[in-house]
Design a binder for this molecule. Structure first.
Ligand code: PHB
Length: 364
């Protein structure tokens, strides 16, 4: 029998993970003023530290990178102090934690940005839909196409964020190159119609990701850096003319980097459609492959047994079940997630999902 199952240990970079279950990055909009993590965030991550690895909610690398109210940042000392309490708590429980670095680009709104500036993107293409602002939903605006010197400025913000992440005690960083945020806006040709060295062909569309990666690699060893990609997720008004070929190229290029892992959100968050062959992408990648999107225990076990992936990231199951590992190991029922409390609010629907051992004690 293969020793590889969801509950078996695996080494990524310099970390020995106790199991192959990863808490997926999830936006929860519960940071305080100044994008600083607070006490309830510490408790939330501490509760989930039995995961082999936690990837934090996406955290903006500068004030101009924000796209939603209440998301945390990782660009100044106050934020580092807030995150330090989280990394300490997770480490005290024997867990491991990476921080996800993001810059939202066109998925933002002047109401959210310093000096009410216009959101930026590779090209001036307005997303369909609405931004979430402090005053409720407002239509997305047409973003401004970045100048080359501004692209370099954002790359240096990623480097600063990588340094802050190190200072805050994280085990590594995940570069968020997925879901229609700035890096993904460069990667996919539905949002990148530039005619300079950042657009036009797949090599040029990957240039911004490569520069961000190189900036982060000045701070972190490559085996402490992961990357998340979404070849076909249409969320945030995204599209690409040939995701199989383009992402096969991007992934093949990443082989030379010796990263901690490659993390793919497979398929589409908006529908059950799957038009990309993920096994082919997985086979094109030489390192550790983390799969995500709609996995439950059975699917995860099958995928690991078939070597379709090495790690599985669980989102909503982890949101609602701090003791997901115990529940899966013991074939216990799961708490149901409450979507009303996903984004923003207080401890309700955040740190009050029960552990099964508490439930057993209460009913005994
Ligand atoms: C969201 O806030 O809905 C969100 C944020 C980051 C993601 C995906 C979704 O990568």
């Amino acid at each position: 029998m293969s020793a590889k199952d969801l509950f078996s240990a695996v080494t990524i970079g310099n970390l020995k993970l106790k199991n192959r279950m990863v808490m997926a990055p999830m936006t929860r909009n519960r940071a305080t003023e100044g994008a600083i993590p607070q006490a309830m965030n510490v408790e939330y991550y501490r509760q989930r530290a039995s995961a082999g690895l936690i990837i934090t909610e996406a955290s903006q690398v500068s004030a101009a990178g924000v796209g939603y109210p209440g998301t945390p940042g990782i660009y100044n000392e106050q934020q580092v102090a807030g995150w330090q309490k989280i990394t300490d708590a997770v480490h005290e429980e024997g867990g491991h934690i990476y921080i996800q670095l993001w810059y939202c680009g066109r998925i933002s709104h002047p109401d959210l940005l310093p000096d009410n500036q216009t959101p930026v993107a590779p090209s001036a293409i307005r997303p369909e839909g609405e931004a979430i602002t402090y005053e409720g939903m407002k239509a997305f605006v047409e973003p401004r196409a970045l100048e080359i010197n501004e692209i370099q400025e954002i790359v240096s913000q990623y480097k600063n964020a990588a340094q802050m992440a190190k200072q805050a005690g994280f085990d590594g960083v995940e570069i968020h190159a997925a879901n229609g945020y700035l890096i993904d806006q460069f990667l996919r040709d539905g949002t990148n119609t530039r005619s300079d060295e950042y657009g036009g062909n797949k090599k040029n569309r990957m240039r911004f990701l490569n520069q961000v990666l190189e900036a982060v690699l000045e701070v972190w060893p490559s085996n402490s850096v992961g990357i998340r990609l979404t070849p076909e997720n249409s969320f945030n008004s995204m599209s690409d003319s040939d995701p199989q070929a383009h992402f096969n190229y991007f992934i093949t290029q990443l082989n030379t980097r010796n990263l901690a892992y490659l993390h793919l959100l497979e398929g589409d968050m908006m529908s059950a459609a799957r038009n990309v062959d993920y096994r082919a992408l997985r086979d094109a990648y030489d390192g550790i492959y983390m799969a995500n999107n709609g996995y439950d225990k059975t699917r995860a076990q099958t995928a690991i047994a078939n070597a379709d992936c090495d790690l599985v990231a669980f989102g909503i199951p982890y949101l609602a079940n701090p003791d997901l590992l115990y529940r899966y190991q013991n074939d216990q029922a799961l708490n149901e997630a409450d979507p009303v409390t996903f984004y923003g609010g207080d401890e309700a629907g955040y740190t009050d999902y029960p552990f099964i051992k508490e439930e057993i004690a209460e009913t005994a």
